[in-house]
Design a protein around this ligand. Structure first.
Ligand code: G3P
Length: 221
């Protein structure tokens, strides 16, 4: 999953329901056209439909640490896998989980042969997350999320520091970064700092021409 461009659909109007499918198809077309590694992360309710319509990976935005049985209103890991998700973001700054649940979620995703991406907010938390052995950690300073100010331009040290810290703790864990990423230049700078890919949302979802932004982002890989 090197040089991945991971589009978190969040719960924007422009990335919900039919709009989510339209956006996912644009991502699929650009990925095909440019042989780019684009991954979409829709809301749980949109995973099944999108996974049936696109060839690119579809990940979930969250899972709960629960098993089959008497649970209400939670997200069962086996259910998102059955819906077509092949990976999952965990502990996003907009959906934090407890440490014990984080460890259990990572183990469950391994058991289900799904990719795990643990979101962190600084270098210290990146170290802690790397120790739990996810496939990826994604460092995202919450204050830059949705700001249009790219983490790779505004806080390059958090990326390089997270890469350095993660390798020391667990060389198998790869580092992604996110927050404010919107251009190919942001992606290129993140790669130069050691990131194996980027997470983003508003730079594409809120764009007048999402396809054009995606093409530019892929140019930075
Ligand atoms: O998961 C990535 C997301 O939090 C970044 O948001 O809008 O700054 O690209 P945005």
């Amino acid at each position: 999953m090197d040089n991945a461009i991971i589009l978190n659909f969040k719960t924007y109007k422009e990335s919900t329901g039919d709009e989510a499918l339209r956006l996912a198809k644009i991502c699929d077309e650009v990925a095909e056209e440019l042989s780019a590694n684009i991954i979409v992360v829709p809301q749980h309710s949109d995973i099944y439909l999108i996974s049936q319509e696109v060839n690119i990976p579809v990940y979930a935005q969250h899972i709960d640490n629960i098993k089959y049985g008497s649970n209400t209103g939670h997200v069962l890991p086996e259910a998102v896998k059955a819906a077509g998700a092949t990976g999952c973001i965990i502990n996003h700054s907009e959906c934090r989980v407890k440490l014990a649940d984080l460890e259990a979620d990572i183990e469950k995703l391994k058991e289900l042969n799904m990719v795990s991406i643990v979101c962190t907010n600084n270098i210290a938390v990146t170290k802690a997350a790397a120790a739990l052995g996810p496939d990826f950690v994604a460092v995202e300073p919450p204050e830059l999320i949705g700001s249009g100010i790219s983490v790779s331009q505004a806080q390059p040290e958090i990326i390089s520091g997270s890469v350095e810290a993660a390798i020391k703790i667990n060389p198998l864990v790869k580092v992604l970064c996110g927050a404010g990423i919107a251009t190919g230049e942001d992606v290129k700078k993140a790669a130069q700092l050691g990131a194996q890919g980027v997470l983003l949302a508003s730079g594409v979802i809120k764009a007048k021409d999402p396809r054009a932004v995606l093409m530019d982002l892929c140019g930075g890989v």
